[in-house]
Design a binder for this molecule. Structure first.
Ligand code: AMP
Ligand code: GLY
Length: 424
């Protein structure tokens, strides 16, 4: 079957690679793609939010399945448009995507379906005095979240009530535009975080190996929040019992809840959990794969991902299309542009990519790269994701770092401590 993947990052490169390796895939197109993806798929460029262009492309190229990487097109209803036109989509409806695009929607949904999460309250700008009173009466630290999509930057944790009030006011005044006109203030949960992906067909699901990402820019979890500086999988902090809780108390409840609301959840449900006293609490839902967790998680998978996604998209998930590599570990190190997530320079040639293109169990996933004068240069904050798979996490880390050191561009920056929290 012909497949269209939407997106341009390392996550989409990893998705395209596994789809390319699937028995059930023929032509793979990626919109807009990147220079790494171009080696295994055909990059195409049109506005995916334009329904006419999207549907005519899918019809012309006989696309049987669309796989959506990022959240924005899902929040804008791409899956609904495709399904209305008879095209299968691995991704949830606009309604179900609110689990990610509106924190207040997600919190109310969790309340209704008894899904474990932090206690919370929602406020709008007209509630400023109530909000301030609530902050006054809260324990520290205080967690303040913009309701809408804020590119992963809409969460602040404050240890000072005056600062928390200022943050709330800035949010109401539109720090993140419409996304922060409503806010959620929630109880701080102290524990270990993990990311768990559930592949869902609306009724049934399978979990992929649990992973962890590193959001801060600098070693020791210091510095600014980023899109993610590295990941590893599986994480030893998620044991069998926690996974059972995630299945029965979280994912099953989401599927049941969405079904009862006539919006069966089809796609990847990303459950971000905090483990407190050996129990999982939902910190966030995303309605798509995580980046850079996907680069690690998919590297541990064998089999026919195309068939898995296709059967999910038509509501009859065939779980045994894939298997998890036994006793293997994956580690992904992000090579970023120095200065990310703030200002950084671009356009530097990336050297050392060719020497490494055929290594076994090592992968170079492109993200912020482009071709300029026949050379591959950095064009974004997160440039490459270097992934290695090995028999232990320690070895996976060493192999990823060895490969990372052999790739060079002028302002290359990376964390040195990815996976250390689990190796020690
Ligand atoms: P989110 O975008 O909701 O995942 O939040 C971003 C990050 O903020 C999470 O990955 C956590 O590290 C942290 N965070 C969010 N909510 C909480 C909470 N209730 N307690 C502690 N940390 C949190
Ligand atoms: N790695 C977290 C995310 O993709 O949102």
């Amino acid at each position: 079957m012909n497949i269209l993947v939407i997106g341009s990052g390392g996550r989409e490169h990893a998705l395209c690679l596994k789809l390319y390796e699937s028995d059930n895939s023929n032509n793979i197109y990626c919109n807009p793609g990147n220079p790494g993806i171009q080696q295994i798929a055909q990059n195409v460029q049109f506005d995916v939010n334009n329904e006419d262009l999207l549907i005519s492309f899918c019809k012309d190229e006989k696309i049987k399945l669309v796989v959506v990487g990022p959240e924005q097109p899902l929040a804008m209803g791409i899956a609904d448009k495709l399904r209305q036109n008879g095209i299968n989509c691995f991704g949830p409806s606009e309604y179900a995507s609110q689990l990610e695009s509106s924190k207040s929607f997600a919190k109310e949904f969790m309340d209704e379906f008894n899904i474990p999460t932090a206690s919370y309250k929602t406020f709008e700008s007209k509630d400023l005095s109530d909000c301030f009173r609530y902050i006054e009466n809260s324990d520290l630290p205080i967690v303040i979240k913009a309701d809408g999509l804020a590119g992963g930057k809409g969460v602040y944790i404050s240890n000072d009530k005056n600062e928390a009030k200022q943050i709330a006011e800035d949010f109401f005044e539109g720090k993140f535009g419409e996304a922060s006109k409503k806010i959620v203030i929630e109880q701080f949960l102290d524990g270990v975080e993990a990311s768990i992906f559930a592949i869902c067909d609306g009724e049934n699901f399978i979990l992929l190996p649990p992973s962890q990402d590193y959001k801060r820019a600098k070693d020791g979890d210091l510095g600014l929040n980023t899109g993610g500086m590295g990941s590893f999988s599986p994480t030893p902090f998620v044991d069998y019992k926690i996974l059972e809780d995630v299945k029965t108390k979280i994912v099953s409840q989401v599927l049941k809840g969405m079904k009862s609301r006539k919006n069966r959840f089809i796609g990847c449900l990303f459950v971000g959990i905090m483990i407190v006293n050996n129990k999982p609490f939902v910190i966030e839902f995303n309605v798509r794969f995580g980046d850079p967790e996907t680069q690690s998680v998919l590297s541990l998978i064998e089999g026919d991902l195309a068939k898995l996604f296709y059967t999910a998209s038509i509501g009859s998930l065939e779980k045994n299309c894939i298997s998890i590599k036994k006793d293997k570990y994956a580690c992904t190190v992000i090579l970023a542009s120095e200065g990310y997530p703030e200002n950084f320079n671009k356009g530097f040639e990336i050297k050392g990519l060719q020497n490494n293109s055929s290594l076994k169990d090592r992968f170079i996933f492109h993200a912020g790269t482009k071709i300029e004068n026949n050379k591959i240069v950095n064009s974004g904050g997160r440039v490459l994701g270097i992934t290695a798979v090995a028999n232990s996490l320690k070895e996976a880390k060493e192999n990823a770092y060895n490969l990372a050191e052999g790739i060079d561009f002028e302002n290359k920056y990376y964390r040195r401590d990815i996976a250390d929290s689990a190796i020690k």
